[in-house]
Design a protein around this ligand. Sequence first.
Ligand code: NAP
Length: 247
Amino acid sequence: MNKVVLITGAAQGIGKAIALELAKNHYDIVINYRSSHKEAMELKETILNLGVRCMAICADVSKEQEVDDMVSQIEKEMGGVDVLINNAGIDLSNLFHLKTADEFRKTMDVNVIGAFNCAKRVYHHMLDQEYGRIINISSTNGINTYYPMCIDYDASKAALISLTHNLAFEFAPYVNVNCIAPGFIGTENELDGYDEEFLKEECEKIMVNRYGNPEEVAYLVKFLISSEANFINNTVIRIDGGQKGSC
Ligand code: NAP
């Protein structure tokens, strides 16, 4: 039986790339989405055509009840979540003096509480079966502040790194919990609205002189959940092409 992977926020961007790459490698896929219904349905069709099982479920990860309902549906139809990829995230960029506490709370709700809700809900299943893998998609912004507009986003991604360490303790010894911190990844949403000059300047801050592709993050996820990575636990791996001036 294939392992069942739940990827949050998987209808587009990095989550979609992870879903496709894992489906090609014989994992059964659950696409979680919040508003991208059409994209989620199209992706589901594509994945089903690859010959693995696939569900697409609408749920807001920041809402405990919606996460509970989503995982119950997965348990009923697929047996349970073996691998959880906490990928859903929002970035409500704004200048510091315009940023509101409500915006800050919303970012923490999705980026941190969302990951907590999903991890908590799959906890018993993973412990009972003595197997599981959890990957949290943080950001290099959670390690070193990169953009001044992202005060709440940066704090949320740092909190997700901290959450990773605590989850690794809670889920040990059978479940490995790791964190991936991408740098600039050229998803459609990320590139939207950037002009050529800005993109060039951003790429000059990266040692390999380009932004990353969502598929490159997916390859790292694929490795980290494979048996080859069984001894990799409780760690944070940057995937950023080498950001100049940071280590
Ligand atoms: P994206 O294209 O904006 O995708 C993020 C997804 O999160 C969206 O598809 C959205 O779903 C989902 N989402 C948002 N709020 C949600 C909620 N409450 N419940 C469930 N799903 C929710 O972003 P991306 O660039 O692929 O980023 C994916 C992850 O990588 C994020 O955590 C991001 O912070 C992180 N990251 C990205 C970069 C980058 O350069 N792209 C760099 C570092 C880290 P709907 O569309 O269905 O609403």
